[in-house]
Design a protein around this ligand. Structure first.
Ligand code: BGC
Length: 363
């Protein structure tokens, strides 16, 4: 067996990020062997690298990271139907809990009840920052060749798909809901993808971030027809508009608190960040009174099941068509495997999404 290069950490210990030679994985029954072409880097990866998050697979001293990915099928394991070598694919991140709870067995492991689920590259399963990887074929979607570069954005898009789908579903379930405007907090890849999706739904969108108006984030926002607000200039607390839908995608605890105040009557606030502990002096009574008197909904949403990946594939194609160049410009940093360390170092300036290129060939 030829060893494969994999980017790994020892969960819980910072500074353990390394490139190691791992044994070549072999697909078991129902699995696919994937030749990984692209891996996206996100805040969760950085949390895992800093030792704040992450869990190695049982019996393994390390965890291969990477959960945003784009691969080609290298080999189809016995009993995996519907795939052939060369297919362009993206696997979902989460796998069912051993108890196979109601939601896991219903195809909704993103809503797992026991918390014993596993996640590729995050919790108990090796990830995709590896030349070769294996995964359960039931959790894999195929992509059209038109997405052979951009498909790496599918996983972050699915987080938005779920956050918005749940918000729209909840609102439609409790009243006649005709949302007019939306506020997106954060203009990282997730915030920008949300901006594009909400614009395609015909909403008036305002996206805020901490970058000047001429920055790439601002320009990408405006290119979708959304308004951009630099919170360095206009603090959130001074915003006068109230919004039918607020999507919190900064992961900042302080911004998360502000988000509630920015939703309008009957509004909904969708939280999709992971928030660090921060003890504050917020008036809890005011928060709950605002919630009740305004018929508001504040909810959290994590991960995404395969239905959101299927929807995401169609939406990536639609975004590509509707906003030419938008998705391409989101990927600001392309790092070859030979410089893998650069992919995980802090980026400043106009950086939006960093992608590690594990294959340089046509794909
Ligand atoms: C991933 C999700 C995952 C979550 C929590 C996010 O970065 O995109 O798939 O469920 O982290 O582990």
């Amino acid at each position: 067996m030829i060893p494969v290069k994999a980017i790994t950490v020892v969960p819980g210990s910072s500074n353990s990020l390394s490139l190691r030679e791992a044994p070549e994985p072999s697909p078991k029954r129902g699995e696919l062997l994937l030749r990984v072409h692209r891996v996206g880097v996100c805040g969760t990866d950085m949390d895992i690298i800093s030792g704040f998050y992450g869990e190695a697979p049982a019996g393994s001293p390390y965890l291969t990271i990477g959960h945003e990915s784009l691969s080609r099928v290298e080999r189809v394991g016995p009993g995996s139907r519907g795939f052939e070598a060369g297919d362009l694919v993206v696997p979902t991140v989460r796998r069912n809990c051993p108890e196979n709870c109601l939601n896991c067995r219903s195809g909704e492991s993103d809503m797992c009840l026991t918390g014993h689920y596993s996640e590729h590259g995050i919790k108990g399963l090796h990830g995709f920052a590896s030349e070769l990887a294996v995964t359960d074929s039931r959790f894999v979607v195929k992509l059209p060749e038109a997405l052979s570069e951009l498909g790496v954005l599918l996983e972050p898009l699915t987080i938005v798909e779920k956050g918005l789908n749940q918000a729209f579903g909840m609102q439609a379930g409790r009243m006649k809901w005709r949302p007019q405007n939306a506020l997106v907090l954060g203009a990282g890849p997730v915030g920008l993808l949300a901006t594009a999706l909400l614009r395609m739904k015909g909403l008036k969108v305002t996206t805020v971030a901490r970058k000047p108006p001429g920055s790439l984030k601002a320009r990408l926002t405006v290119s979708t027809g959304a308004a951009y607000v630099d919170v360095g200039d206009v603090p959130l607390s001074s915003m006068e508009d109230r919004f039918d839908l607020v999507l919190e995608a900064t992961g900042s605890t302080a911004v998360a608190l502000e988000a509630q105040n920015l939703s309008g009557t009957n509004g909904v606030v969708s939280y999709i960040g992971i928030y660090r502990s921060q003890v504050g002096t917020e008036d809890a009574g005011k928060v709950f009174t605002n919630l009740v008197l305004g018929n508001r909904v504040y909810f959290g949403s994590v991960n995404a099941n395969i239905s959101y990946f299927r929807k995401g594939v169609a939406d990536l194609v639609r975004i590509k068509r509707r906003f030419p160049g938008f998705l391409e410009q989101l990927i600001t940093d392309k790092v070859p495997l030979s410089r893998w360390n650069d992919a995980y170092s802090a980026k400043g300036g106009d950086s939006v999404k960093t992608v590690l290129q594990l294959q340089q060939d046509r794909h």
